[in-house]
Structure formats: C-alpha cells, structure tokens
Design a binder for this molecule. Sequence first.
Ligand code: C2E
Ligand code: CA
Ligand code: CA
Length: 644
Amino acid sequence: MKPFAFLSLLVDILGLRLRDRIALDERVRHIRVTTWIALLAAIWASYFNLHIDGMHALGTVELVAVVLLLMPATWLSNKPDFVGVAESLMLISTVAILGALIVYGGVSSTGVLWVFTAPFMAFFITGQRKGWWFSVCFIAAIAIYLAWVAPLLPFAYNYSPVYATHFVVALCFYTLTAAAFNQLRTRFEEHLQQRVEEKTADAKALLTQLQFLAGHDTATGLPNKVLLIDMLRNEMRGADANGRGLLICTLHLERFFELTNVIGNEGSDKLVGHIARHLGKLTHDNGVLARTGRDEFVIAYRLQQAALNPSVLERFIADRQFSIEENGYTLYIEFTLGLAMYPDHAQDAQQLLTRAEQAMLQARKDGQQWNVYDSDQEQVFVRHHLLFGQLREALHKQRLHVHYQPQIDMLTGRMLGAEALARWNDPVAGIVPPAVFIPVAEQSGLIRTLTTWLVGECLRECARWHRQGLDLDISINLSARNLMDPELMGVLQAGLEQTGLQPGRVNLEITESCFIASPERAMEVIQRIHDAGFRLSIDDFGTGYSSLSYMRSLPIDELKIDQSFVRTVLFNPGDQAIVSSTIELAHCLNLSVVAEGIEDQETADWLQARGCDIGQGYHFSRPLPSDAFEALAHSLGTGRKTAA
Ligand code: C2E
Ligand code: CA
Ligand code: CA
C-alpha cells in the first residue's frame, strides 16, 4: 500500500488528478487576501526602491504594477464575476515585478525571498494544476533569460553562471515545496469539508425527523393538531379561490380507554392504524385526515359548494360505526361526530376546529351520535360554562335553599309528605330554575355536592317537623350520577344518624333515565338503598321507556305519574287510558301512586275517582319555603288518618 500511497501523493502534488477546481467563494477569499498583501508589499517596495535604494527602474515598474495591475485586481477581487480577471492581473503583476527584480536588481539577499514567494502564491491562488503551469513557465522563463537573454542586455544585472544555476535549482525546490504544502492544505480542507458535510447531512436528517415529529402523530403518521391548523389554512385559501366549502368533522372515538384495556397499548396503536386507514377512505384525495388526540380524529373535507350537501353529511354519519378484527376480537368502533362548516361557522382555522369540537361535545352531552355546530349552541355552551362557575360558588357559599311541595292524601286531604326541590336565587345570575341548573350540575359533577347538601338540609327539616308533631315523609330527587356515586349510601346513612329519622320516612325519587347508562350498576345501588330501608319512587313515570319490564324486578314502593299526562287528563282520552291503567297496574303490584302536576279540583276529583293515592300540584300548593310549608301542614293536618 505504502508505495502506492506515496505515488498517489506525488500525483496529487503534481496536480495530475485535476482535483483542484476550487470553489468560487474560496477563490474569492484567496484573491482578496493576496491582492491586499501584494498591494501593500508592492507600494512599500516601490517607495523603498525609488526613494531609498535608488533602483529607479525597478521602483517604476513596481509603481506601474501597483496602479495598473494590483489596484484593479484588489477592486475586482470583491466582484465574484471578475475573480478570474483579478487572478490574472495578480499573476501578471507578479511576473512584471519579479521580472524587473531579476533584470535590474539581481536576485540576492531579500530579493531572493521575494522570488521564492511566487510559486507559493501561484499554487494558493490558482490551485495545484494551474499553479504548476504558472511555476514551470515562470522557472523556464527565468532559466532562458539567465542563460541566453541576460548576457545580451547591457543594462541587465550580471549574474555568474554558477549563481544562476543555483538560483534556478533553488526555485525548483521551492516550487516543489509550495506544491506539496498546497496539496497538504487542500487535503486538510477537503477532509474538513467532508466532515462538515457529513455532520450537516446528519443534522439535516435529524431536523427533518424532528420537523416530522412536531407535525405528526407517531402511531399513525397522520398530521397532528399543530400541522392540521396549517393545512386547514391552506384548505381555506383553496376553498376561497374555488368558491367551495370545507366540512370539518371532529370524530371522538367512544370507549377508547376500555378498548385499550382489552387489547393493550401495542394493540391500541394497531387499532388506531386500522381506524386511520378506514377514515382515510372517507377523505380519499378530497381532504385531510389528522389525529388530534388519543381518541380524536379530524377530517377536513372539500365540498363542491360553499354549503353543506346532505349526501355528504349522510356519508360521514354512516361511517361513525364499524367493526375491526384485532387479535381474534371483533372490536366495534363508534364515533361521536361534531361538524362545522367553512365559511359558514368560522373564518379562522383554530376557531373552525374549536366549533367542530364544541358540536361534538354537545352531541356527547345530549347522547346523540352527531351534531352540526350552530351559533345558538355556542351561547348555551358559554352560559353553561358561566353557570357552572356560579353554581360552584353558590354551593360553596351555601346560597341554595330548599322548597317543599306538599304531597296530599287524595282521600283525606291531609298532608303526607313533601318533595324537596332545590332553589337558587343568585345575586348575579338571578333566579335560575332547576331545569337549567340541575343539568349543569349533572354534567359537571356538582350534583354530588348539591345532593349531599340537600339531603342534610331536608332530613334535618323533616326531623324538626316530627318534633313539632307533624307526621310527614320527605321525598328527595336523585340523578343518574348520584346513583353511580359510591358515597351516596354514606351520605344517606349519615343524614339518618344525625337526625334520628327512620329510613322508611325518606323517599328517593329516581327516573327511568337512571337505567340507561349502566342498568346493572343502577339495579345494584337501588337494591342496596331498598335493603337499607329507604323507600323508592319512580319519578316522571311514563315518559321513559321499558317501563313495565323493570317494574317487576325493581324493589320500588311508588310510581309518580308524570305531569304531562295529568295536566291534560280531563281532555285527552289517550292520557285518561294511560293514567287509569297505570293506577291499576301499580295497585296490582302493590305500589302507591302519586299524580303530580294537579292544577285544579276537577283533575283531583277525576284522579281520586280512579283510586290515585297521593296528589301533588299547584292546586294543593306550590313548592314553599320551610316556614310557609310548616304553617300549611299544621292547618291541613298530617299523617294517614281516615277522613273526618
Ligand atoms: P320533578 O322532580 O318532576 O319535580 C316536579 C316539578 O314540577 C317541580 O319543578 C315543581 O315545581 C313542578 N310542579 C309541581 N306541581 C306543579 C303543577 O301543578 N304545575 C306545574 N306546571 N308544575 C308543577 P321544579 O322545582 O322546577 O323542578 C324541576 C325539576 O328539577 C324536577 O322535576 C327535578 O327533576 C329537578 N330537581 C329539582 N330539585 C332537584 C334536586 O334537588 N335534585 C335533583 N336531582 N333534581 C332536582
Ligand atoms: Ca321529583
Ligand atoms: Ca316529576
């Protein structure tokens, strides 16, 4: 290897591989440096030779070279287009000045050094190959001059032949040194350049990867929310330009966490891959699909017009349910969809996305599977949010209170109990009806605090009535979320302990909707409530579904016929049929029947004639504050006694 390496080095030094095509910016740098050094050196030399050394001919040549060659070269060295000209001027000035030095000055002492700079400069400026050309021509010219021309010129310096030979040999040696030096420098630079290029390529690859990761979801390779916003902006511009619309569809994957529990993390990555491919079919090349959260995807779909076409909508809605085979399981995938339209619903990409998300959240809250954004909904949304804050504060500061609506024995007219109804008169929000704040409390989870407070409050009140000799039961409304609350039993038991009430005095009202989300769990809780001795009542009976099936299996004590049937019962034969058959059915099952919403004597009479046990409604009394309620109880009499 070694001899070859040496040969290779020699070939390089001789510039035979023609590798010295120096980059333009490098040439510019080299010529800038050398022209300035040469200019200053030549000005100094011309001054020295003209004024101190008395070598006028040489000094004049130098001065002419400064003005005609070096100054223009220095100026042109700043212009990349003329770098070749600057190099040539520089070399010509070298030949002129050094030529004059050889002819007139005789290269001795410092003059020798000047001449030896020529090859270094030539290699440095022009590179290895041209450097050789220049140097060889330069040496040849000097040799020819010294051997044949100088003896003929009377004004030329008179060299001895031995000196001339020494001089030319020394110049050859320095030329070789300059070539070797230049080659080493070039190699070093090449090596450095190569390393820099490698590192730059590595950094670029990393940067590309980082940029990709910053804008994409790792599991699916789909754009993430950050990139989606950018892409949406583009899509919006495209839609504007073509007079088209854009449908933004937020897809929330239902029960994703449960699915992940079944199939594990790896499986869930595969699953989202499947889902992404499935959804990809929806967009084809007609939009963008992104994954914006663990269980959320967004599709931006280009519409042909600026309005939402029902057939497009149908297509998206049809796709919200599908199944996938994974690890031998059939997984049923279900989405809740929120849809928003550009340009109808927002002008800004971020806002458009938020609106689609709001529509989706609304759909989830309403238990619907899809929903298109509408601006009224937004107001509901904002109001809901405001109310949530205010309600939380009201609960914290105990600003809610309870009203009691009498429940009347239809036979005797005596008062049997009261339904506790929450009331909220807020200093800022004003009187907020339960129909507004109860849903807010249910959706936000505040219902737990509310019920805990209400149970404590009305059990205390009921115990107080008992101490005054009033024989009354208390009915408390429970929401579906209360039933799912593991602390509910504890709250009820604590209420009993603090007041000494019997559980049979407490009637818990639940609606059929409590069984929708998780029927088994609801059944279980209801059984525990019953076992603890509390009474159970089905509220708003007749408005839910599957009423008959659970009536058999549930340990309930009472049915409350919904007011929508009661209020029209005198005029509507259908309602009459429902109400009277419900009373009969309840009695067959040994349940007592409450009719709520009784607003007049005729309705009360009609119900009494059909055997309805208990009545509740404005006809008897509106819900009352505690003291007014107490006074009414005293005047009506309480407890189950026969009519006087
Ligand atoms: P609900 O349980 O069906 O309560 C009966 C509602 O009917 C009460 O409305 C009552 O004021 C009203 N009402 C009673 N008699 C008549 C009548 O003759 N005519 C008419 N038009 N209405 C009558 P309110 O107090 O506005 O309560 C509305 C709903 O809010 C309640 O319906 C109940 O579902 C819920 N709610 C109220 N307080 C609570 C509570 O503390 N906890 C829970 N979970 N829900 C509550
Ligand atoms: Ca009720
Ligand atoms: Ca009711």
